[in-house]
Design a protein around this ligand. Structure first.
Ligand code: SF4
Length: 380
């Protein structure tokens, strides 16, 4: 397997206005005072990686809440990426935004700095559900953020939605989907809420204060999302992602190809030449490391090779509508991949969870509902 040089970069901004009740991401409330030092550290980390990429095709500022950073700080970090690696013509440059901090002024400045795609964390258009998730924005702020992004010149806007929320009914979900479609985004991500251990929401579920949907309702919701969005003209191109024609997220497509990418910032992941690592996750410690000797430390790293690398590549490909191309993968890995995966292919095609057509393996609609179980067998 030949590793290509990374043409994608992820930048992590770990600050949030408040911690949502379900969130176990590497994000922190009440730490924005660190932003100036953190921005300097990011710029130093980027410039010290000179030579690591022949030029970037995709850049993604995620979080946390990147729009909590002042616009000039976002522009500085993007400028450092451009100076250090170069941005390809037509590069996709995404800024994640949360409605409470996505003002027209900030988005216009971001657009001016070179961001050309914005991904807004809406999650729901139901005020009650937003409050129960601990989101700090309202439905009105989400609509205003979308309209601000359009006015700022963004022609590629994605909305993040969640379903399977405690107390949510199918009718509530249809309301959120209709509001999202009405706005006319180019891209939508719709994730099923997972109740992560250690979060306040986990404790509330355990105490019986709130009840998540049962498996049948969660499956109905997944199908409702798929049917509603595909009928509205969105292509379902990955388990949780939908796009208008030619508006897929190229940055995420690089992940699903198991392509290389650079990572910058506290807790950011990076995957280069078969080595996967995660930088120090504590923003204070991360910033201190760079300030002391210009180098971030990896909190975790592993080398992916052999069967593990093949399994990871297959698992990621199966998430997408293009599926797993057995011939292509056999050429890349120099072995008969159909033979390697003969057991899960036989088992899941008999169960109707995958389809095999002209050397391509894809999840069926039933398989998408049980994706975790199916994909785990390819990883093993
Ligand atoms: S805004 Fe996103 S990253 Fe921040 S706490 Fe909420 S879910 Fe987590």
């Amino acid at each position: 397997m030949r590793f290509e040089a990374p043409r994608s970069a992820y930048v992590h901004i770990p600050f949030c206005a408040a911690k949502c009740g379900y969130c176990d991401f590497n994000s922190f409330a009440g730490m924005l005072h660190l932003a100036p030092r953190y921005t300097d550290a990011l710029c130093r980390q980027v410039s010290s990686a000179a030579g690591a990429s022949p030029g970037l095709d995709t850049v993604y500022f995620g979080g946390g809440t990147p729009t909590l950073l002042p616009a000039d700080a976002l522009a500085r970090v993007l400028g450092e990426l451009r100076r250090t690696f170069g941005l390809a013509d037509g590069a996709e440059v995404t800024l994640e935004a949360n409605p409470e901090s996505a003002s027209y002024e900030k988005l216009a400045a971001a657009r001016e700095a070179g961001f050309n795609r914005v991904s807004i964390g809406v999650q729901s258009f139901d005020g009650g559900q937003l409050a129960s998730l601990g989101r700090v924005h309202t439905r009105e702020q989400a609509v205003a953020a979308f309209s601000a992004a359009r006015r700022a010149g963004f022609q590629n806007i994605s909305l993040d939605l969640m379903f399977g929320l405690p107390g949510q009914t199918l009718s509530d979900l249809h309301g959120t989907l209709a509001s999202a479609i009405d706005l006319g985004p180019e891209h939508l991500s719709a994730y099923s809420l997972t109740i992560e251990e250690g979060t306040p929401l986990f404790e509330r579920v355990r105490a019986g204060e709130v009840t998540p949907p049962d498996d049948d309702l969660a499956a109905d919701m997944y199908q409702a999302v798929r049917q509603t969005l595909t009928r509205a003209g969105y292509e379902h191109y990955e388990i949780s992602n939908y796009a208008l024609p030619s508006m897929r997220c190229r940055h995420n497509e690089a992940y699903w190809r198991n392509g290389s990418y650079l990572g910058f910032g506290a807790g950011a992941a990076q995957y280069v030449a078969g080595e996967r690592l995660t930088w120090e996750g504590d923003p204070v410690a991360f910033t201190g490391q760079i300030e002391s000797d210009g180098r971030a430390r990896a909190a975790f790293s592993e080398r992916l090779e052999g069967r593990a690398l093949l399994g990871e590549t297959a698992m990621l490909a199966l998430r997408t509508s293009g599926g797993l191309d057995l011939r292509r993968l056999s050429l890349d890995f120099g072995e008969d991949v159909e033979a390697v995966f003969s057991r899960p292919i036989r088992r899941f095609s008999q169960a109707g969870l995958i389809g095999v057509d002209d050397g391509r393996v894809t999840l069926t609609a039933a398989g998408q509902l049980l994706a975790n179980e199916v994909l785990a067998e390819f990883l093993a």
